[in-house]
Design a protein. Structure first.
Length: 268
């Protein structure tokens, strides 16, 4: 029977690599450190301004002409809503809102947008598309706020159901401009126990940056991911251990998955 763990010490001695963008990593880092773990911050992705902000502003200027707006990520919410407030004063009440995940829904509530359509279980495009509110959309004008180069599944499926789709690209994901040497040194000394991955782009960026030796170390390290799609990408890259999928993309859910992994190690 596993020994009991003192409150706040469940991750004592566990070293977690956090790959979230720099300005989004601190909450998870604090949660890990509050449980006695060590958070190693290394942003594997940066969030930049969109290539053409004029296209985004053009959508916002006629926002009240849409029937539904869908937000793909918290980054999309934050960047789009600041422009909506600046240009429109408030969200137009005739436009319903949906989001792929709870993180986006939480950000939307900060802007007083009213009720948000959001899945109750898994948080991905497939789950959003399964909701009753998105079945009968023939003739509806729907705008999808997202990053550049996002998945087409959501828009393509809604088009096949008869909706008129436009994309509003709010940001770009770019590889970070950082020195990878300290991270390679951590791995060489055996100082990374588990990695938290929250995006496919971040996974690929990190994999590309590490070089052959670093990739081998990375692929041997356990990972926590936030979607089945991200887990599949890890398998495709040849990871040696099965990715552990968090129940949500939230920092709290990631923390619980790391604690679950830690408990599993004690029983081996």
């Amino acid at each position: 029977m596993p020994e009991s763990v003192a409150p706040g010490r469940a991750l004592q001695g566990v070293r977690v690599l956090i790959t979230r963008p720099r300005d989004q990593a601190e909450k998870l880092a604090q949660l890990i450190e509050n449980e006695g773990g060590e958070a190693i911050r290394f942003p594997a992705i940066e969030i930049a301004e969109p290539t053409d902000a004029r296209a985004l502003l053009a959508v916002i200027d006629r926002l009240d002409k849409f029937d539904l707006a869908i937000f793909i990520s918290p980054n999309a919410v934050i960047r789009a809503m600041k422009l909506v407030i600046a240009h429109q004063g408030a969200w137009p009440r005739n436009v319903r809102i949906a989001s792929v995940g709870r993180g986006s829904a939480r950000e939307l509530k900060r802007f007083d947008t009213g009720n948000v359509i959001v899945p109750a279980g898994r948080f991905d495009s497939e789950s959003l598309l399964a909701l009753p509110e998105l079945q009968l959309v023939t003739g509806l004008r729907i705008v999808i706020f997202r990053g550049e180069g996002g998945r087409e599944l959501l828009g393509d499926t809604l088009k096949s159901r008869g909706a008129n789709i436009e994309y509003a690209e709010c940001y770009r994901r770019t590889p970070p401009r950082v020195d990878v040497t300290p991270l390679l040194d951590h791995w060489a000394r055996g100082e990374i126990d588990i990695v938290s991955l929250t995006s496919v782009d971040g996974l690929h960026n990190l994999f590309d940056m590490l070089g052959p030796a670093g990739r081998e170390q990375f692929a041997r390290t356990p990972v926590i991911v936030v979607s089945a799609r991200l887990a599949e990408k890890c398998r495709e890259l040849g990871f040696k251990t099965e990715p552990l999928v968090a129940t949500q993309a939230s920092d709290e859910a990631i923390l619980e998955s790391i604690k679950t992994w830690r408990e599993m190690q004690k029983t081996l």
